[in-house]
Design a protein around this ligand. Sequence first.
Ligand SMILES: Cc1cc2nc3c(=O)[nH]c(=O)nc-3n(C[C@H](O)[C@H](O)[C@H](O)COP(=O)(O)OP(=O)(O)OC[C@H]3O[C@@H](n4cnc5c(N)ncnc54)[C@H](O)[C@@H]3O)c2cc1C
Length: 419
Amino acid sequence: MGACGPTGAGSIFVMAVAPVPYSEYTDEQKDIIAMVRQFADEQILPNAEHFDHEDEFPQDIVDQMKELGLFGVTIPEEYGGMGLDLTTYVMIVEELSRGWISISGIVNTHFIGSYLLMKFGTEEQRQKYLPVMATGECRAAFSLSEPEMGSDVQAIKATATKLDGGDYELNGQKMWVTNGLRSTIVFTLVRTDPKADPPYRGMSCFIAEKEPGVSVNSGEYAGFTVPPPLKKMGYKGVESTELIFDGYRCPAQNILGGEDAGLNRGFQQMMDALEVGRANVAARGVGIAQRALELALRYSQERRAFGKPIAQHQAVAFRLAEMATKVEAAHAMMVKAARLKDRGQRNDVEAGMAKMLASEYCNEVVEDSFRIHGGYGYSKEYEIERLYREAAFMLIGEGTSDIQKMIISRSLLKDYKLS
Ligand SMILES: Cc1cc2nc3c(=O)[nH]c(=O)nc-3n(C[C@H](O)[C@H](O)[C@H](O)COP(=O)(O)OP(=O)(O)OC[C@H]3O[C@@H](n4cnc5c(N)ncnc54)[C@H](O)[C@@H]3O)c2cc1C
């Protein structure tokens, strides 16, 4: 751990807590993490309060991220990306989230989209989308949820029906689509065989194209409408929207993996993507928790009560010790989940554990930091107020803790079934 810079209520220069010994990582990983941390310190943290308050899209920061190549971290070099692994990616997300969670939200669904293309896309689909995604020119969104379902993915209602001539027509409503407006492509799960039993065997993922930033699409994208962004308690600046498909035509070649290999394979594709998505949300939880710890370390040594800094009251010091331990544990679980996937192994259980642990710990650490801040923690003048609103989202996105427990316990009871 190292302390740096001036302090004060509005200052972003607080104790920087390095949650891991760098020696565990390659030189390339150390360099890129140091670069992203500096970017977060210099460009994100000083501006996050403004963008949050105004609920404004951070265009300047996004432009700089494009220059740094952060939209193509895991995209192979042959398609113009950096070709880095999931472990490096989640550590980057941790740093971005330490700066401001909405910044990681802007790259998150984009990253999931590129993962889907790399793993399941046809070569033609990869050639078409990955190079423009690597530069950030084309941004991706990911759409499972609907107004009447989120956890129960097999209950989706949106459909795609094959028309004479070979195109598909999409109809239905999607919900909570992060980057729903500014994206150019949306990986959208719909029913293609409503009679399939079980239902997951009749679902496909379409790469639905549209005009970025346009609410009511026309011409070749007619029938694809993006209503105004949903109003949220936190996670501001990045839009979350509904999507309405009403007679939207999509060519068969936009089925992820092509019609032959991809039709009715969408559920498995999306579930695979959620495994990397969950490691990614774990990283976001760690980043927020780490920042909350940093703020608490500073405040508790500055604020005095009963004649001494509050950090010298054992109850506060012990709280700090518990917070730091939770940050370390969540980070370690996140790295384990990512490394398994990088080795080509399934990580559904570990990603579920990492997501649950990091999101629950994130909320506990943020609440502890909030308590340490006393009344000032309730003031919009202090950063912890924003973190308090943002941490709650970690409990929901990419599956609630209940859903992670279902995944983990199902696997346990299968692996340790009594004969
Ligand atoms: C800001 C934000 C951004 C989002 N971005 C996206 C996105 O980009 N793309 C996307 O597709 N979705 C997105 N989502 C949706 C998110 O994934 C869902 O909200 C989440 O999966 C939960 O679904 P739900 O809201 O329908 O809750 P429900 O599924 O209705 O669950 C409600 C409650 O019931 C519990 N529950 C449900 N089933 C069970 C069960 N079997 N056992 C025990 N408890 C259960 C849940 O844990 C929860 O506590 C986003 C959501 C938010 C808030």
